[in-house]
Write a protein that binds this ligand. Structure first.
Ligand code: PHE
Length: 337
């Protein structure tokens, strides 16, 4: 039998090239190199061939075998690489954008307010959210029968104060207990700002929540006057709300300050509230009883304190009508700030 060696070589090349999967390539391999393949068939016919033919066919079969092995090996690599590429990441596709979070508006407001006071020399301090009756009330000159001590107005824990029998731990109802803690730890002069969460069992509505944030301020030194307090709070309001803001100090009562006042502000930047007085904080001169509770010698120091509601200020500044939106976690609300 005679073989067209060149034609077979061309067939091998064409078959290998058209094999598009590893299975198809294996069929091509069997066709030429398998036990019943063409190369074996060529070797099998050698015994009947003449000496000249033997030489030609033998060499032809060897060449075809070498060629087929080489081409199949290369093709195998190409097919594997192609299937790998199909699973690989296409780096040319535009990236999927992951939403970038923002700081919650309440935290932003706390940071902004503290920043104004820090630039005026105040230092940030923190107090615990679980407090004793002593720090939250007694030390602040709030008498035992004061209505704010009532369990309707304060969240009490089921746990007794380890220091005072019959007194229970509580969730602080204001940041003022921080005043006592700071004064017990440090000697005047001092100017501190104490931001944090406070808790009151209020019925939740558009302007009340059982948890909200306050920022307490305390400055103690010698010869501090109410004029210093007014000057500082005026500087704060202008800086934070803008030069257009007008303020008034309205006489008020707090057991831990004397005299005491509430501060109202007015500005036409407050959407829908132009011309209205809006209360933003309570303040006053530190009561001598508070200095006494902190262990300071009588008559040595004077100081002032103030406490402001963060939610209320954020609502004013950003025209937000409902305090509940801060905790509902609606991404469409949060995303705006
Ligand atoms: N603690 C007071 C409140 O929660 C605010 C206040 C702080 C008033 C400091 C005077 C001085 O209403």
């Amino acid at each position: 039998m005679s073989w067209d060696i060149e034609k077979i070589k061309a067939d091998v090349a064409a078959d290998v090239a058209s094999a598009s999967s590893l299975d198809a390539l294996e069929s091509v391999r069997l066709k030429y190199l398998g036990k019943k393949g063409l190369v074996q068939e060529m070797y099998g016919g050698l015994s009947e061939a003449s000496a000249d033919e033997k030489k030609l066919i033998g060499k032809g079969a060897n060449d075809i075998k070498t060629l087929a092995e080489g081409l199949i090996a290369d093709r195998k690599i190409a097919i594997s690489a192609q299937s790998k590429r199909a699973d690989a990441i296409d780096v040319t596709i535009p990236g999927a954008q992951r939403g970038v979070g923002t700081q919650h508006l309440i935290n932003q407001t706390v940071i902004e307010i503290c920043d104004v006071f820090e630039r005026m020399g105040f230092v940030i301090q923190r107090g615990p959210e679980i407090e004793t009756e002593f720090h939250n009330f007694s030390a602040l000159n709030i008498p035992l029968d004061h209505p704010s001590r009532d369990s309707f107005d304060t969240f009490y824990l089921d746990q007794e104060d380890p220091q005072v029998k019959g007194h229970y731990l509580l969730l602080r109802s204001h940041t003022s207990p921080g005043q006592i803690r700071v004064m017990k730890q440090h000697k005047p002069p001092m100017a501190v700002i104490i931001p944090g969460k406070v808790y009151r069992p209020d019925a939740v509505d558009a302007s009340h929540s059982f948890m909200f944030h306050q920022i307490e301020g305390l400055l103690v030194d010698k010869n501090v006057t109410f004029a210093d307090l007014k000057g500082l709070l005026t500087a704060f309001c202008k800086k934070y709300f803008g030069d257009d803001v007008t303020m008034r100090f309205r006489p008020h009562f707090f057991p831990f300050t004397e005299p005491s006042a509430e501060v109202d502000i007015q500005s036409n930047i407050f959407k829908g509230r132009a011309g209205k007085w809006l209360e933003i904080l309570g303040c006053g001169m530190v009561h001598p009883k508070v200095f006494e509770a902190a262990g300071y010698p009588a008559g040595e120091y004077t100081g002032f304190a103030f406490g402001m509601g963060v939610e209320r200020i954020a609502m004013l500044k950003h025209g937000i009508g409902d305090i509940r939106t801060f905790v509902e976690n609606d991404i469409r609300f949060l995303r705006q700030y």
